[in-house]
Design a protein around this ligand. Structure first.
Ligand SMILES: Cc1cc2nc3c(=O)[nH]c(=O)nc-3n(C[C@H](O)[C@H](O)[C@H](O)COP(=O)(O)OP(=O)(O)OC[C@H]3O[C@@H](n4cnc5c(N)ncnc54)[C@H](O)[C@@H]3O)c2cc1C
Length: 498
């Protein structure tokens, strides 16, 4: 079978990428090992503000918001950040378990009619100059122009491509499970010399900013293990022993629904692309889950890559556009690896580390550091290096309340179809982009409000902005068109012949 793009793995990253490619009318298919979107085990607990914005850019944020719990979720090393003063329509995060996030994404991808070939694995591939032959576990094979490995931390695609995955071995290991208990354990978090441990329930409410667990339903446990490096699948016995070591009892644990293990192993792919093969999400970066960032940056990798890959597949842009994917996204995950490693270090039970943690927490209590760190972990402060210029360049466009000839319009509505936009806020009719008119939409609008960016504050009002399909600003006009033609060609391909 042939597809323009085959995605290995239909987790959050693969699903988002499939949606982005389908919006661009690219023939894409997912190959997924699991027989349904059901997840064995809980993983991510929710979304950060930028990911909610990214979904809003596609018109699907309400699907998540209506099922989750809005809360202040950003934090660093035990310091909670309140981002309610940030200039965004969504100055908060969302508590929503990963199985629900995946279900909502899978429904969206289903509406976009992306085929998902389930209960099949990508087992290998061979790259040629003009395509990739992809082997599947059922003996079939696919031919594609591009293969994207969204197949998680143990990515077969990454390994087969021979892409290095340098980083750091684990220093701490935790078990996480859902089970029945003969005795009711005390719900909540405990810190001790071994690390952090917690009991909770799947169902909870947020009251006055605090998590309040339901008094019924399955109990979930997370417990740090005494030893790192176990290579076998975790068992009920491992869990019982770990609980006894920390709590002095295993509370009569029995009948686990699932048990899994995670560590603070931190690794990142040395290259996000090898010719016709790309990596995104956990396949490209793994780290400790503290701060709840992994799923978020995976989804945002997908949104960065989708439109670029679509343009290359359609031959409107040269292959070199794909190099900007690594250039922009590798540094973002590198910072997440750094901030999670720092948080693991600061949680160590040593008086001097504790003192360092207190200093960090004092610093983060100050407004400027809070704003910077909160902008970073919420994803709202991401800045792609697109060169010198106006502060908006390489940053997310805010969801402005515009007025057009057709009436009021939220800027994010313009991005629903994942197409590039040139927003002219100056004299109507002041631009002529005919050579790109088949690819870039020109919108004349007015905007009366302030221009404010998270962490940076007020910036000068531009007279025009070129917005990429991922919502990042590719060019800023300040009274002139200087640099616009170059930016259009760089991001959306050479001008069409007259
Ligand atoms: C305990 C824990 C808590 C976490 N909490 C958070 C949080 O609060 N917030 C957050 O943002 N992140 C969190 N994370 C991280 C988050 O779960 C991951 O970053 C996220 O799942 C990555 O998505 P992905 O699609 O890249 O990879 P995955 O979710 O791993 O998906 C990969 C998919 O590929 C499939 N697959 C694998 N190999 C193949 C193959 N060869 N062929 C076909 N299919 C294949 C798998 O079945 C799977 O569906 C947490 C992780 C853990 C372990």
């Amino acid at each position: 079978m042939e597809h323009a793009v085959v995605i290995a793995g239909g987790g959050p990253t693969g699903l988002m990428l499939a949606g982005e490619l389908a919006l661009a009318a690219v023939d894409v298919a997912i190959v997924e090992r699991r027989d349904s979107q059901e997840l064995a085990g809980s993983r991510a607990g929710g979304l950060h503000a930028r990911t909610i914005e990214v979904f809003d850019q596609r018109g699907i944020a309400d699907r998540f918001l209506s099922e989750g719990k809005v809360a202040q979720v950003a934090g660093f090393a035990g310091v909670h950040f309140d981002i309610s003063d940030f200039p965004t329509r969504h100055p908060y995060g969302l508590g929503l378990w990963q199985n629900h996030i995946e279900r909502i994404l899978a429904d969206w991808v289903g509406e976009l009619e992306v085929p998902i070939h389930r209960e099949r694995e990508v087992t290998g591939f061979a790259q040629e100059d003009d395509g990739v032959d992809i082997e599947l576990s059922d003996g079939e094979s696919f031919r594609a122009d591009y293969l994207v490995g969204c197949d998680g931390g143990r990515s077969v695609v990454r390994k087969t491509a021979g892409i290095e995955f340098p980083g750091w071995d684990p220093t701490t290991s935790s078990l996480i499970a859902e089970a029945e208990f003969a005795e009711e354990p005390e719900l909540g978090i405990r810190h001790d010399a071994l690390g952090t441990h917690a009991f909770g329930r799947e169902e909870y409410e947020i009251r006055d900013g605090e998590v309040v667990f339901s008094d019924h339903g399955p109990v979930r446990v997370m417990v740090t293990e005494e030893h790192v490096g176990s290579t076998t699948d975790p068992t009920l016995r491992d869990l019982s022993e770990a609980l006894i070591a920390v709590y002095g009892t295993d509370y009569g644990i029995h009948d686990p629904t699932w048990i899994s293990r995670f560590t603070d192993m931190s690794r990142q792919a040395a290259a996000y692309r090898d010719r016709r093969v790309l990596l995104a999400g956990d396949a490209a970066h793994v780290h400790y889950p503290v701060g709840g960032q992994g799923l978020n940056i995976g989804v945002q990798d997908a949104v960065n890559l989708g439109w670029k890959l679509a343009q290359v597949v359609k031959q409107t842009s040269p292959e070199s556009l794909l190099d900007t994917y690594h250039a922009e996204r590798h540094p973002v995950a590198a910072r997440v690896l750094r901030n999670t490693m720092a948080q693991v270090a600061l949680s160590r039970p040593d008086d001097r580390i504790k003192a360092a943690g207190e200093v960090v927490s004092e610093l983060l209590g100050m407004d400027e550091p809070r704003r910077r760190f909160a902008a970073e972990v919420s994803g709202l402060g991401i800045h792609y290096d697109l060169g010198e210029g106006h502060p908006l360049l390489g940053r997310r466009i805010p969801d402005l309340d515009l007025v057009t000839a057709d009436g009021p319009l939220r800027l994010f509505t313009l991005l629903h179809e994942a197409r590039p936009e040139l927003l002219n806020l100056g004299e109507p009719g002041g631009f002529d982009i005919t050579p790109w008119a088949d690819r870039v939409r020109l919108i004349d609008a007015t905007y009366e409000g302030a221009w404010e960016l998270p962490a940076l504050g007020a910036v000068t009002a531009p007279t025009a902005v070129l917005i990429r399909p991922d919502g990042y600003v590719a060019w800023v006009g300040e009274e002139t068109e200087l640099g616009l033609a170059d930016a259009l060609a760089t991001w959306f391909g050479p001008p069409a012949p007259a």
